[in-house]
Design a protein around this ligand. Structure first.
Ligand code: C2E
Ligand code: CA
Ligand code: CA
Ligand code: CA
Length: 273
């Protein structure tokens, strides 16, 4: 039992024990998945206001031999805690770099990859990125690092130094899930970001939800004044798209345009556009 304030005790419930057991199992299965490279990268288009495809976001899926595709929401949080995200993240990064040549042939100029804070705590991280850029001849602005403000939690000075180095290597930096954290405004001041992604929770029902609309307009105004480009995330309806277009949101991403797809399906989709 754990002692909590003023003499009360909190016991771990059987449910919590089961949770722990499940976590141990999942961790072991993830380890096997890493060894067997049971992951796949799906790509979701990012479109401009005029409808052109400006880039794609790489989103990992776990192709489980029995359970089928497992969503990152179901294993990334644990992988963050165990550190397994570093191996998974590096694998996704290499796959995205490799696929970029094919994507470019289909007119996709940029690929965005989600970078975990854990990756920034590794001393060899910049070396890893630099190695991939060289190996796959990635040119400046072809690769975007999507990061959240959590990157600043543990060692902000170290993370900022690495971001400066990523910029020197030619990567763009996009602030992901903007507006959902505690420090969004203050970290905008320190992170050298070229793009900001407005989280889906603000985009949802933006045409009818006046609070979401006010917050989003505020973010768009601020970003414009700072010279930062904005991506609206999770656009599902034409009304949401039209609202974001009216307020000069630069780019959009969402099921309205296209769901994340395996590379081959994305290429077919691009062909028929
Ligand atoms: P995220 O980076 O915010 O990615 C956007 C998520 O929104 C994706 O979920 C995408 O499929 C989903 N989405 C896109 N458009 C729409 C829409 O119109 N409606 C709705 N409801 N959802 C939409 P996904 O692929 O399940 O990924 C979830 C999260 O897992 C990502 O959120 C990201 O935080 C994390 N993740 C995915 N791949 C990686 C990775 O390779 N590395 C790391 N560190 N995290 C990853
Ligand atoms: Ca993202
Ligand atoms: Ca996001
Ligand atoms: Ca998110």
């Amino acid at each position: 039992a754990k002692r909590r304030g003023s003499g009360t005790y909190q016991w771990f419930s059987p449910d919590l024990d089961l949770d722990t057991q499940q976590q141990i199992t999942l961790r072991a299965q993830l380890q096997e998945a890493i060894q067997k490279a049971q992951f796949e990268v799906f790509y979701q288009p990012i479109v401009s206001r005029s409808g052109g495809i400006v880039g794609v976001e790489a989103l990992v899926r776990w192709a489980h031999p029995e359970r089928g595709y497992i969503s990152p929401a179901d294993f990334i949080p644990l992988a963050e805690r165990t550190g397994q995200i570093v191996a998974i993240g590096n694998w996704v990064l290499e796959q995205a770099c490799k696929d970029l040549a094919t994507l470019r042939e289909s007119g996709v100029a940029q690929v965005s990859v989600n970078f975990s804070p854990m990756q920034f705590y590794r001393d060899d991280f910049i070396e890893t990125v630099a190695g991939l850029i060289k190996k796959y001849a990635i040119k400046p602005n072809q690769l975007v690092a999507e990061i959240t403000e959590n990157v600043l939690l543990r060692d902000s000075a170290g993370a900022l130094r690495m971001m400066a180095e990523l910029r020197e290597l030619g990567l763009e930096i996009a602030l992901d899930d903007f507006g959902t954290g505690f420090a969004s405004l203050s970290y905008l001041n320190v992170i050298p970001a070229q793009k900001l992604k407005i989280d889906r929770c603000f985009v949802q029902d933006i045409d009818s939800n006046s609070r979401n609309a006010a917050i989003t307009r505020g973010m768009l105004t601020m970003a414009a004044e700072l010279g930062i480009e904005v991506v609206g995330e999770g656009v599902e309806t034409e009304a949401e798209r039209d609202y974001l277009t009216r307020y000069a949101c630069d780019f959009m991403q969402g099921y309205l345009f296209c769901k994340p797809l395996p590379l081959s399906d994305l290429l077919t989709w691009l062909d028929h556009k």
